[in-house]
Design a protein around this ligand. Structure first.
Ligand code: GDP
Length: 302
């Protein structure tokens, strides 16, 4: 089994390719939950949703969020009634958020609720929330702290950020399911997800870094030069005191990564890194990258 650590765009693109070269039952995914938010009484877990929809074959891969062909009737009608909802939630997508909220309010953990939803969506791969307790990424701005979704979706990232912080009541710990998956894996792949908002929250869960030190770990950079392929990673890296580049990404992973991959076009040199085309602009390119990663793992581990 190969375990992937995932956010909601870069690693799901790689998972799309991995699903062409591995059976779903050979893949497990540990997913960031620090961007979760309750909205209109329902529970949105953006990265879990994207990974679940990918494995269920219903993801909108134009946007990498939401369900393909979804409608937005409830969202529009709600707006007409004056209900503010800063995230455009599709009707089917909302049904998933309602179902998850109901399961959580019935007393299930997020791991149990996700497992239930995955079974209902006929998903075979274990999709595992990183932790079962609430943790939220906030950005510090000149106007005060802001939930990451507020910053990125409502304000489109057009706000100066001074720091990135995580808020929680209980320090997050990796769930037993996550620890078991990490321990049972042939290798762990940290996909090209945002190092600050997607991967750091997973690494910060108690137990994860120690488990990674015992494993063969491959990480893929989400940067080419000083710009990420997409999204706000550069501003978030700067606000976290890290260089927005593959070098900054590598510095975050260097204690446990066995093989670091950066793009063939990347001007940044990392000692010992493997250069591959990491731009997954088409499903065939995701598949090619997944093939390369798996062949490296096979020759290193078996
Ligand atoms: P989020 O949860 O939506 O922020 O998504 P992730 O954290 O999973 O992924 C965001 C990161 O994916 C960004 O920093 C992008 O630079 C990176 N990314 C997106 N597409 C690609 C790609 O095709 N190749 C590489 N190398 N990185 C990518």
């Amino acid at each position: 089994m190969i375990t992937f650590l995932s956010g909601g765009t870069g690693t799901p693109k790689l998972l799309q390719g991995a699903r062409q070269v591995l059976y779903d039952s050979e893949i497990s995914v540990v997913v960031n939950t620090a961007e979760d938010i309750w909205l209109s009484g329902n529970h949105i877990s953006p990265d879990l949703d994207t990974v679940m929809y990918l494995f269920a074959g219903i993801l909108n891969t134009e946007t990498w969020w939401g369900i393909r062909g979804d409608t937005f009737s409830t969202h529009r009608f709600l707006e007409m009634l004056g209900g503010e909802e800063f995230i455009a939630v599709g009707d089917k997508d909302r049904a998933v958020h309602i179902a998850r909220a109901n399961l959580l309010m019935d007393g299930m953990t997020l791991t149990e609720a996700t497992d239930t939803l995955c079974r209902r969506l006929s998903i075979e791969a274990p999709i595992l929330p990183m932790t079962d307790t609430e943790v939220m990424t906030y950005v510090e701005t000149p106007e005060g702290p802001m939930h990451f979704q507020d910053y990125w979706v409502k304000h489109r990232g057009e706000v100066e950020i001074e720091a990135v912080v995580r808020r929680y009541d209980t320090p997050p710990a990796a769930t037993d399911a996550v620890m078991n998956a990490l321990e049972a894996s042939t290798a762990v792949v940290i996909g090209p997800s945002n190092p600050v908002t997607s991967i750091s929250p997973i690494l910060a869960c108690e137990g994860v870094k120690e488990a990674l030190m015992e494993q063969f770990v491959v990480a893929v950079s989400p940067f080419i030069g000083d710009v990420p392929v997409s999204g706000p990673a550069a501003a978030l890296m700067r606000a976290s005191g890290m260089e927005p580049s593959s070098a900054g990404t590598y510095s975050l992973y260097k204690d446990f990564v066995d093989l670091f991959i950066n793009d063939v076009r990347d001007p940044v040199e990392i000692d010992g890194a493997l250069r591959i085309d990491t731009l997954m602009s088409h499903p065939s390119k995701s598949e090619a990258l997944a093939w390369e990663i798996l062949s490296v793992i096979r020759s290193a581990v078996q």
